[in-house]
Write a protein of this length. Structure first.
Length: 311
């Protein structure tokens, strides 16, 4: 059954696309059968430390080319922090996630966004339903990236080759890369957890190759270096603020700490970290981990091969 607020985006001609996503009577969809146990677990209190960072939200809006009459999808939207922030800049927005707990938090926010439970690899929308798709810090939680990218390409509208319409209907991703993550100083304190996190993260070269295979003719990558005033406290948000990780509320909102670590490693790593902060040794650790390549990546993929003017 189509979502009542999807603005005609649901694929009515193909009922099987909506399998597992049904209306729950109050205009909200029922949870999809394949919910996300991890984010159902950490979704409670998630927004205590996770919020839309103003710089990141602004850059994502620029890369999407958000406009008032546009139709946008936030894929794996979580609690909807970036969905809500970007929706205030214009357009009609819909957020999709597998976690019922995350979506419950998202729905409690005052916004004009529609929320839907669903699987990124099997989206319940008709072809060419959206003018832009966003995915922030979620690729490492998706299994079949080619299937996901195929679906995104299918639901993105596309104009004639070489036209402005074609270039301004992008798929924008915010992610990291195992090689970049290997430079995080967190690896010195939590090596097992970080090793697991790096194995979970798809390499940027693989992401680019699969995007092109899915029909995105042009893919551009822009590095992002963690800023000291970063407000969204994800994995390496504490690059300049190591004491941040001593707060259990911060660790509770980071999936690597919540799902890939052991109590023993965390306790030992925190003890070393606290000692290095107290003695000032942390300053050298942070300097040694500096890199001009950044720690995260913006990826912008379009169906048109012409270059986008990065601004």
């Amino acid at each position: 059954m189509c979502h009542p607020e999807a603005g005609g985006a649901c694929r009515r001609a193909c009922p099987e696309r909506s399998e597992g996503i049904s209306s729950s009577g109050a205009g909200e969809p029922a949870a999809a059968p394949s919910s996300s146990p991890l984010y159902d677990r950490i979704g409670v209190g998630y927004d205590t430390t996770r919020r839309a960072d103003p710089y990141l939200a602004g850059r994502l809006a620029e890369l999407l080319g958000v406009r008032a009459d546009g139709r946008y999808l936030d894929l794996a939207c979580g609690t909807g922090n970036y969905t809500t922030s970007l929706s205030a800049r214009g357009g009609r927005w819909l957020g999709v996630d597998r976690s019922g707990a995350m979506l419950a938090t998202a729905r409690a926010k005052r916004s004009r966004v529609s929320w839907l439970a669903g699987d990124a690899a099997r989206l319940p929308f008709r072809d060419a339903a959206f003018d832009g798709v966003l995915c922030t810090l979620a690729l490492h939680h998706m299994g079949d990236h080619r299937a996901v990218f195929d679906e995104v390409r299918r639901i993105l509208a596309s104009g004639p080759s070489g036209s402005d319409d074609s270039d301004h209907r992008p798929f924008v991703i915010f992610t990291s890369d195992p090689d970049l993550m290997s430079r995080y100083w967190l690896t010195d304190y939590f090596p097992t957890m970080m090793g697991r996190a790096m194995r979970q993260m798809p390499p940027i070269g693989t992401v680019e190759r699969l995007l092109r295979a899915a029909g995105f003719a042009h893919v551009e990558v822009e590095p992002y270096a963690v800023r000291p005033d970063l407000e969204d406290l994800f994995l390496f948000a504490g690059k300049h603020r190591p004491s941040m990780y001593l707060d259990p509320r911060v660790r509770a909102g980071i999936s690597s700490f919540a799902n890939l670590s052991t109590r023993e490693e965390v306790e030992a790593g925190l003890a070393r970290l606290a000692s290095d902060v107290d003695t000032g040794a942390m300053d050298r650790v942070i300097r040694d981990a500096e890199t001009e390549r950044g720690e995260y990546l913006f990826v912008r993929a379009t169906t048109d091969p012409k270059r986008h003017p990065w601004s």
